[in-house]
Design a protein around this ligand. Structure first.
Ligand SMILES: [Zn+2]
Length: 169
């Protein structure tokens, strides 16, 4: 099939924006989408059988059941807890004072950064669960003190509730 194609990257989420976007790129933000569609509709060249064939092909290949969007099944209990190396993903790390040292590749990362990274993982894996100090302490493999975990939580999130019911959003 010989047909001229113009490629665009189109962001459809209404709240998406891209800062410092280079000009003249084939990138369409949500705010430009309607204008782009109007411009397309202005093109008055007649449609040929090739165009219709292409439309049919695209339509036939449309995946309404997106396998990639499906998450695998997992539970908190079955997942391995602990810190990993940012550089080589090794689980062989050792906390020495304020840094986490990788025993596989010698990479060092500040403990606060590792805890924040683990928090990010936890939020992606368990978006419905509350962020609580005890849970994140355990999620980090009990490698860092509860005080360190609480400090990272309070510096990056808003504190809600008190005592045992305290959580962060
Ligand atoms: Zn490493």
């Amino acid at each position: 099939m010989k047909i001229q194609v113009m490629a665009y990257v189109i962001f459809i989420h209404p709240e998406f924006t891209l800062y410092q976007m280079p000009p003249n790129q084939n990138i369409l933000l949500p705010s430009l989408l309607n204008k782009h569609l109007r411009e397309l509709n202005k093109i008055s060249a007649p449609l040929h059988s090739e165009h219709k064939r292409l439309a049919r092909l695209i339509n036939d290949r449309h995946m309404s059941d997106n396998q990639l969007a499906k998450k695998p099944h997992y539970s908190y209990e079955e997942l391995r807890k602990g810190a990993t190396c940012l550089k080589c993903q090794s689980w062989h790390v050792k906390v020495i004072e304020r840094s986490t040292h990788c025993l596989s590749c010698s990479f060092r990362e500040r403990n606060g950064e590792v805890i924040l990274r683990k928090l990010g993982e936890y939020q992606v894996l368990f978006p419905d669960k509350e962020l609580k100090t005890d849970r994140i302490y355990e999620w980090c493999g009990k490698n860092y003190s509860k005080e360190s975990v609480r400090r990272v939580l309070s510096q990056n999130f808003e504190e809600k509730g008190t005592g045992k019911g305290r959580y962060y959003v």
